[in-house]
Write a new protein. Structure first.
Length: 246
């Protein structure tokens, strides 16, 4: 979510802007297109710093997440909402006004030209329920005048082009994935550092000490109920959800 700029840091970029202007003039033999490009890059960074993004952690189809999202939107009143969803599904979202939830937004292709036949049919599905934080963000953007909704995930046409199920190296062979490697879907391909404990170990620890049998029981008892009763503030929600979604 992007709110109103809270501070101006343009002065911080004065020196950098000057250096780039001198470099552009020297290499481009005067103030021309190159100068405009380089200075435009500085202006983009300057604008981004003055309008910081707030990243809202979400547990899909979680009533606690939906309530926390609705409360935060009312409090923050952002003018732009960025949502992780295929960008070419944007025209479909206005039709949610005519639907009775739950529904699913789907991109579907019965023909698989250029893809292995065993992948057929190709389908990208985005389930939407009233207890979805994503739906609360969509509803806020559609019902609030002057608010822009921007979908930031790659288009549905490109989802399967990024799929690597057919790329097997001799070293990898057909070895099974490490447990939990695809927990959030194979689309997530960035790993920062090496997290310990891994999810399987963390889950075992939480279930044992929480005296429950399944992850869904632990989540409901220790996250949904405490965060969904209306007493948890935004910082508490972020801390709880961020830690349990590492």
């Amino acid at each position: 979510m992007s709110g109103h700029p809270e501070s101006t840091q343009g002065a911080s970029f004065t020196a950098l802007r000057g250096q780039l202007q001198e470099a552009a003039a020297a290499f481009a033999d005067g103030p021309d297109a190159l100068e405009g490009i380089l200075l435009g890059m500085v202006d983009d960074v300057d604008r981004a710093v003055r309008e910081p993004l707030e990243i809202f952690p979400v547990c899909h189809h979680s009533p606690a997440s939906a309530l926390a999202m609705a409360r935060r939107l009312r409090q923050k009143r952002p003018k732009v909402v960025y949502l992780e969803l295929c960008e070419d599904m944007a025209p479909l979202l206005t039709e949610l006004r005519n639907c009775r939830l739950p529904v699913a937004v789907q991109a579907f292709a019965g023909e698989v030209d250029g893809f292995p036949r065993e992948w057929a049919p190709l389908s990208v599905v985005a389930p939407v329920t009233e207890a979805s934080a994503e739906y609360q963000a969509i509803a806020y953007a559609l019902d609030t005048p002057g608010v822009e909704l921007v979908l930031v995930d790659r288009s549905s046409d490109h989802v399967f082009q990024w799929d690597r199920r057919d790329e097997r190296t001799e070293e990898d062979g057909d070895a099974p994935q490490e447990a939990g490697a695809a927990l959030h879907g194979e689309a997530v391909g960035v790993e920062i550092g090496d997290l310990r404990p891994r999810f399987a170990e963390l889950e075992e620890h939480l279930l044992r000490h929480g005296k429950v049998r399944h992850w869904s029981e632990w989540w409901h008892q220790y996250v949904e109920v405490p965060l969904g009763d209306g007493t948890a503030d935004h910082d508490t929600y972020r801390q709880a959800v961020s830690y349990t979604h590492l």
